[in-house]
Design a protein around this ligand. Structure first.
Ligand code: SF4
Length: 331
């Protein structure tokens, strides 16, 4: 057994203390023959510190495309030739999407907008939309609207948004290679305000942007320092027309190594499979990830690409005897 896995068994599984950057790097560099042991350990850590429940979440796009920022992986940037154009969803459609999401058993409904940060129009849409959903649907509302001012953070709390997603996307040292219209530090500042507001912090990123394996470890350590409630882990699904449109996808075994390593860095977080898993891992990989440290999934479609049908994921959870997390009675 490699030394790092022995160390992780004592430190992470038994004491609940996540691996540091060097430890994560050692896991990311494990030879293939030790990958099953790493996944098994990550699974035990998840069961011990999070339990068997899986959080199911749906997302909807309130405003799609036409974003002024230049995140090189994103087909919603208005600066690239990618085929996603600016579209707004109306409130009745938003409520309908929340109802459909709740019908799958999901407890989280995340409203997403492709913007640098919300303007007055978007905040008004949010106020009306969140109120309509809360009046009609039994589901928790989360939001992902880009960078926020303190005033906007306070307003979202006031609306009853309980979780805010804002991804750091990649480690601090690699970020300028991927985004030039805003900084990693600006993203961190929004996350700091969200954390202090009492909203749950959801923060993750995308692997396969061209970062080195050392930078993946750096990213895991920076996320662990932030200590988010939830970490969505995406794998690049190269979108035609974006600057990263020709990048190769992350190799399946590297993706699984990353899942195990991120779990061992953050034993208590909700580690969520987000976009890109279908092309990186395929059907088998979804199962491997859920038995390797993942404990949350998005059902249905992602923002700009098609995901697996919700029923497939829910059937897999039943087969794996992993109960879908229920809405807490206190909410
Ligand atoms: S990732 Fe977000 S901020 Fe960046 S271009 Fe896409 S929608 Fe805009």
């Amino acid at each position: 057994m490699p030394e790092i896995l022995d160390q992780a068994r004592t430190q992470v599984l038994e004491s609940g203390v996540g691996l540091d950057q060097a430890g994560v790097l050692a896991v990311l560099k494990l030879p293939d023959e030790h990958l099953p042991a790493a996944l098994q350990l990550a699974h035990e850590v998840r069961m011990r510190w999070c339990g068997p429940e899986v959080e199911v979440e749906g997302i909807v796009s309130l405003k799609t495309g036409g974003c002024p920022e230049d995140c090189h992986f994103c087909s919603q940037s208005g600066l690239f030739a990618s085929p996603v154009r600016s579209v707004w969803l109306d409130i009745p459609s938003l409520v309908e999407a929340a109802k459909q999401t709740a019908a799958t058993g999901a407890t989280e409904f995340c409203i997403v907008a492709a913007v640098r940060g919300p303007d007055a129009r978007l905040m008004k849409q949010m106020r009306e939309g969140v109120a309509a959903i809360r009046a009609e649907v039994d589901i928790q509302v989360a939001a992902s609207l880009g960078m926020l001012s303190q005033e906007q953070v306070d307003e979202l709390v006031d609306m009853g948004v309980h979780r805010y997603n804002h991804n750091l996307e990649t480690c601090r040292s690699y970020f300028p290679n991927v985004v030039t219209t805003h900084s990693w530090e600006e993203r961190w500042e929004t996350l700091r305000m969200v954390r202090e507001s009492g909203m749950e912090v959801c923060c993750g990123g995308i692997l396969g942007l061209g970062e080195s394996v050392e930078q993946r470890a750096e990213f895991a350590a920076q996320l662990a320092e932030l200590d988010p409630h939830e970490v969505p882990l995406n794998f690049l699904n190269p979108r035609p027309g974006t600057p990263l449109g020709d990048r190769p996808v992350v190799e399946g075994k590297d993706a699984l190594r990353a899942i195990a390593a991120f779990r061992l860095a953050m034993p208590r977080t909700i580690l969520r499979y987000a976009g890109g898993r279908e092309i990186t891992l395929g059907d088998l990989g979804t199962r491997d990830g859920l038995l390797g440290g993942i404990n949350a999934v998005i059902v249905g479609n992602y923002l700009t690409t098609l995901g697996r049908p919700a029923t497939d994921d829910l059937a897999l959870l039943t087969e794996l005897k992993m109960p879908v997390k229920a809405l807490s009675a206190t909410l």
